[in-house]
Design a protein around this ligand. Structure first.
Ligand code: CTP
Length: 404
């Protein structure tokens, strides 16, 4: 379940062409279980109608501080007191300048000024032309807004509605949703660095063929995302998968087990947690041909021989950092049967404090899974759920172990 479920968010729109993305954001928030109260400035109404946002939020939209629907005629007080957060998206350059100076000449800025700052966080998603964004006045305002405790989200980069290209676009609705989810997630891994391996590896036979496995990388990517939501600095070493990089996560792409080992060794110093979810190929062809192996017409098949790949997890688990407890190592076990027995044996063989078992054939490529957490004192099941939900539970479990 999203950390946003059950929250009440006031979604403010100031004037900007990015307002079309706010419709998408409103819909996504409602889908995540949020009640959304939309407030629009007069400028915003030039870009998007209140009717659209009323239909998407399922609530009447407020556009004026003189709204007679409020019995006490204090919409700015009533609306801000109910909110878990006020999110202004788009936040125009002018609106941010107004916030900075405590301007309050229309409902949205008035409400932002009147909010109890200790209880109702204000989050703004800037949106403007690249020159406006780069202007020292805007940058000064952004720095001051942050210093005042306002959460200023990043801007996107790329083609702008004005035809120019650069920084200043408003983030996409999905990105804002992700940042809001991160905002409301308990920061159980604040200040920690987490390294995650994910996906399969690919071992080349020749330049056009190789051996790999059915791992989709979804569990590892979900863990990287959950760790970032929990406040960690996350590096994800990914085998060949076509998944999007979770927001805020550093990604290193690799192909073979050897590449993965090198990347892990380059990044593991200074990490506090290592989670090995990758389905590393156990063997690789002893010789990888430089050129494509051709049929010679005789009907003979190539004779492949294999050598064992390095065990990345076991190698890291034997390092001084892991042995002294400075690095907490978590292994995974993809089994087809006798999960508890195999996971228990594998934990000891790999030399890790925590090993997470799952049934590989049942979960590869799926969005759901069930996990068995095996440690020195026994086993605990995380029942069938989405990989995202399981990842959050696993990260909570790891965080609790770090403080023991
Ligand atoms: N692992 C690894 N390097 C390898 C093989 C596995 O780092 N060469 C890690 C995986 O990322 C996982 C754990 O070790 O965290 C167990 O992987 P798994 O494939 O289930 O086990 P294997 O070690 O391959 O053992 P077996 O094939 O006997 O099940």
């Amino acid at each position: 379940m999203s950390t946003l479920a059950g929250k009440h968010i006031v979604l403010g729109l100031s004037g900007g062409i990015a307002a079309f993305k706010s419709a998408e954001l409103c819909r996504a928030l409602v889908k995540a279980g949020v009640t959304v109260q939309v407030v629009m400035t007069e400028a915003a109404e030039h870009f998007m109608t209140a009717v659209t946002l009323q239909a998407l939020s399922g609530r009447p939209v407020y556009t004026s501080q003189w709204d007679p629907r409020e019995a006490n005629n204090m919409a700015h007080i009533n609306l801000s007191r109910e909110a878990d957060a006020i999110v202004v998206a788009p936040a125009s350059a002018d609106f941010m300048a107004k916030l900075l100076h405590g301007g309050a000449d229309e409902l949205l800025s008035l409400m932002c000024l009147a909010r109890p700052i200790d209880k109702v966080p204000l989050i703004v998603a800037p949106a403007m032309n690249r020159e406006m964004w780069a202007n020292p006045a805007t940058q000064r305002n952004v720095a001051q807004l942050k210093a005042d405790g306002i959460h200023v989200l990043d801007v996107g980069q790329g083609d702008q509605a004005c035809g120019e290209t650069g920084d200043g676009r408003m983030l996409e609705a999905e990105e804002i949703l992700d940042d809001l989810e991160a905002f409301f997630s308990p920061k159980v891994l604040a200040g920690k660095s987490v390294l995650v391996t994910a996906g399969p590896t690919y071992e080349a036979i020749d330049p056009v063929r190789g051996i790999t496995n059915l791992s989709s990388g979804k569990m590892g990517f979900a863990i990287a995302r959950a760790a970032r939501m929990a406040g960690a600095d996350v590096t994800l070493i990914a085998g060949p998968v076509s998944l999007e990089t979770p927001r805020g996560v550093k990604r290193v792409n690799v192909r073979s087990a050897h590449d993965m080992l090198q990347a892990v060794q380059a990044h593991v110093p200074d990490q506090g947690v290592f989670v090995a979810t990758a389905a590393v190929a156990d063997w690789r062809p002893a010789n990888s041909a430089d050129q494509k192996i051709k049929k010679d017409g005789s009907g003979q098949t190539p004779q492949l021989s294999f050598v064992e790949n390095p065990d990345i997890l076991a190698t890291v688990a034997q390092s001084a950092a892991a042995q002294t407890g400075a690095l907490f190592c978590v292994g995974f076990a993809a089994e087809s049967h006798d999960l508890l027995a195999h996971a228990t044996a594998k934990r000891l063989r790999k030399g890790v404090p925590l090993l997470v078992g799952n049934i590989g054939p049942a979960t590869f490529g799926q969005d759901d899974n069930a996990l068995l957490l095996v440690d020195a004192s026994g086993a605990r099941e995380l029942p069938y759920a989405s990989k995202q939900a399981l990842a959050v539970q696993l990260i909570d479990d790891i965080a609790a172990r770090l403080t023991r």
